[in-house]
Ligand binder design. Structure first.
Ligand code: ADP
Length: 373
């Protein structure tokens, strides 16, 4: 069995690798191969071997000679036989010890064919792909195009995968955002300011809305609530001004990066919102003409850092389910998912979980009703 991390890194990937390796070695007595740099590592190894039998023997010798940390240290080695020591002390560490990458070539069927041939030659019958939406699309194609058993594991701080309630990394990213709001709020309070903080999340507002609910941020703007127009921005500014009139001193506004504007904007949403709010607060005869709005784009700060216990536990549960499925001859390739607080495998092609949208709307209402307007 082989495992790789692909696409954007997420906290919890290392905890997952540790769990997969330890379960493989301790519980199932199976060797586990780590693939460096996601699909790119597989493509590189496939190219190295090509149709050449001697090159294949050379690759196998390298893998056997440089096991665990020795293989990991050698940046040229794409496939590493993992041992206990190679996953020691990595549980909470952000990022991934195997490295992650984007590999455009993997979109080509011919390149995937080369990778499938390589895995078959190495007698690797199962592949676990830990990553986000794109990585799992690649995994789905590999499952369709081969007899390999493929298990996808959702890992992305965006929580934009509809088939699972939580992906690896989300809990940690929410935790980081709550920490960030706690820091921004000090200045917001002291200077009586409005802070507009832009979160990641791609097309999804889940990260922003979870962070708003957990931090008590006054306002959250998500892509699901529709495009931002001039009248909508005015309405939000009016709401903040109204709260200020009733004695409130500051406001924290979270805006998800996926929010679209009408007309379209080529700047970050936090800056567009700052300008709209600032011009509203500064209008002729406004009650708080000195009210300042400060934007901040939080960026990759959200992707790193020590994984929370919640993510480490979810990683272990995903790893256990992945192994269970891989070793069951009747099971199908699919993706580990958290549904109704149970971990299960969702076969590729059956990923819909319509309740997710309902759940998100309910969270928005809950947040709104808890805010102090
Ligand atoms: P994430 O997994 O974090 O969403 P990307 O969308 O960049 O990140 O995808 C990571 C990698 O997965 C891509 O660089 C590519 O190698 C592979 N991938 C993404 N989409 C596809 C696809 N439709 N077909 C094949 N491979 C894909």
């Amino acid at each position: 069995m082989a495992v790789l991390c692909s696409g954007g890194d997420a906290p919890g990937m290392n905890a997952f690798l540790r769990a997969v390796v330890r379960l493989g070695l301790n519980r199932h007595h199976r060797p586990v191969y780590g693939i460096r740099d996601g699909y790119r590592g597989l493509v590189r190894a496939a190219r190295q071997v090509g149709g050449d039998g001697e090159a294949l023997i050379g690759l196998c010798q390298d893998i056997e000679r440089q096991v665990g940390n020795r293989g990991l240290i050698d940046a040229q080695q794409c496939i590493i036989q993992m041992d206990h020591a190679s996953v020691s002390g990595i549980m909470g560490k952000g990022g991934t010890i195997l490295g992650s990458a984007r590999c455009l070539e993997f979109h080509k069927p011919q390149v995937r064919r080369e990778v499938i041939d390589l895995l078959e030659k190495l007698q690797i019958g199962g592949l676990i792909v830990c990553g986000g939406d794109g990585s799992l699309s690649g995994a789905r194609l590999l499952a369709q195009e081969s007899n390999l058993r493929i298990i996808g594991v959702p890992a992305t701080i965006d929580n934009d995968l509809q088939f699972t309630e939580m992906s690896l990394g989300v809990d940690t990213a929410v935790h980081t955002l709550v920490w960030a709001v706690d820091h921004f709020i000090d200045t917001a309070r002291s200077h009586r300011r409005v802070m507009v903080l832009e979160t990641m999340g791609r097309e999804s507002g889940d990260l922003a809305r979870m962070a708003a609910l957990a931090s008590g941020a006054e306002m959250v703007i998500t892509p699901e609530s529709g495009p931002m127009t001039e009248p909508r921005m005015r309405e939000l500014a009016q709401r903040i001004e109204g709260a200020m009139t009733r004695g409130r001193g500051h406001a924290i506004v979270l805006i998800a990066e996926g929010v679209k504007f009408e007309p379209a904007q080529n700047r970050n949403g936090a800056y567009v919102l700052r300008d709209a709010f600032q011009s509203y607060f500064g209008r002729e005869g406004a009650p708080f003409p000195d009210l300042e709005v400060r934007p901040s784009v939080l960026g990759h700060l959200q992707r790193g850092g020590h994984a929370t216990p919640g993510d480490c536990i979810l990683a272990a549960r995903f790893a256990e389910e992945a192994w269970k499925s891989l070793l069951d001859p009747q099971a199908k390739s699919g993706i580990t998912a958290l549904r109704y607080n149970k971990v299960e495998i969702v076969p590729f092609g059956c990923e819909d979980l319509p309740e997710r949208a309902v759940h998100s709307r309910a969270m928005d209402t809950l947040h709104d009703d808890l805010a102090n307007w």
